[in-house]
Ligand binder design. Structure first.
Ligand code: PGA
Length: 234
């Protein structure tokens, strides 16, 4: 079985026709298409092989065809989602039967001042805090944790590439936290931040990384297919 690729379209697709065309052109098993919420139902109506996700938890996500919900993505945290809002959305997603993808990652200034681990720990501990009160945790829900260093996400100024070694180290630290806090859940781990067809294989090579969260190039079918191809072999 190959590794999983999440295609986070963000706001790069702006019309229904574009959304449907992109979904048809990239519909493959092992891919999770994450369109803007307004196009979710239209995309759900045309895909046959890919799974679907939402860019942020929404109460109608599950009934509209999504199986996954990103929570705490850097874009949402910048837009005002506090740790406590993220925790609430994470728990609501599980309650609704969605698989949540908790996005965590330090900013450039946090990294430069040496507090990366404490930021990751805070985002994890706080992210799980509401889930632990839910009865559904007894069912051992599957969750994904995406390590997305803010300084490596494309679109900002001075974007840097996060090496696969650093990504692997950070994910190892996140795993330790989950073990340490004994959440008793099944977690899988993604890396996200300027992934392209040129560097995808390096991350996919890491045995600690179960898949990738791809932003900018996820709306370029040729690029996405190459990444998907690397993932299906790993
Ligand atoms: P990027 O975005 O691949 O464009 O860096 C990743 C993300 O924000 O999910």
């Amino acid at each position: 079985m190959g590794k999983i690729i999440f295609a986070n379209w963000k706001k790069r697709v702006t019309t229904e026709a574009e959304a449907v065309e992109l979904a048809r052109g990239t519909d493959a098993k092992g891919l999770v298409l994450v369109p803007p919420h307004v196009f979710l139902r239209e995309v759900a109506a045309v895909v046959k092989h890919a799974e679907l996700g939402v860019q942020d938890y929404a109460p109608d996500a599950f009934v509209s065809g999504a199986r996954y919900a990103l929570v705490g993505h850097a874009d949402r945290r910048v837009a005002g989602d506090t740790d406590s809002i993220v925790a609430e959305k994470f728990a609501l997603a599980v309650r609704d039967g969605l698989v949540p993808v908790l996005c965590v990652g330090e900013s450039r200034s946090e990294r430069d001042s040496g507090v990366t681990n404490s930021v990751l720990k805070r985002q994890i501990v706080s992210g799980f805090s509401r889930l632990m009160n839910l009865e559904s945790r007894i069912l051992n829900p599957l969750v994904y944790i995406a390590y997305e260093p803010v300084w490596a996400i494309s679109g900002g100024a001075d974007v840097e590439q996060c090496s696969s070694e650093i990504a692997t180290q950070r994910i190892a630290y996140i795993k330790e936290q989950l073990l340490h806090w004994g959440y008793g859940i099944t977690a899988k781990y993604l890396y996200g931040g300027s992934v392209t067809s040129k560097n995808a294989a390096e991350y996919l090579h890491s045995k600690d990384i179960d898949g990738l969260l791809v932003g900018a190039v996820s709306v370029i079918p040729k690029e996405l297919k190459k990444i998907w191809h690397s993932a299906s072999k790993s």
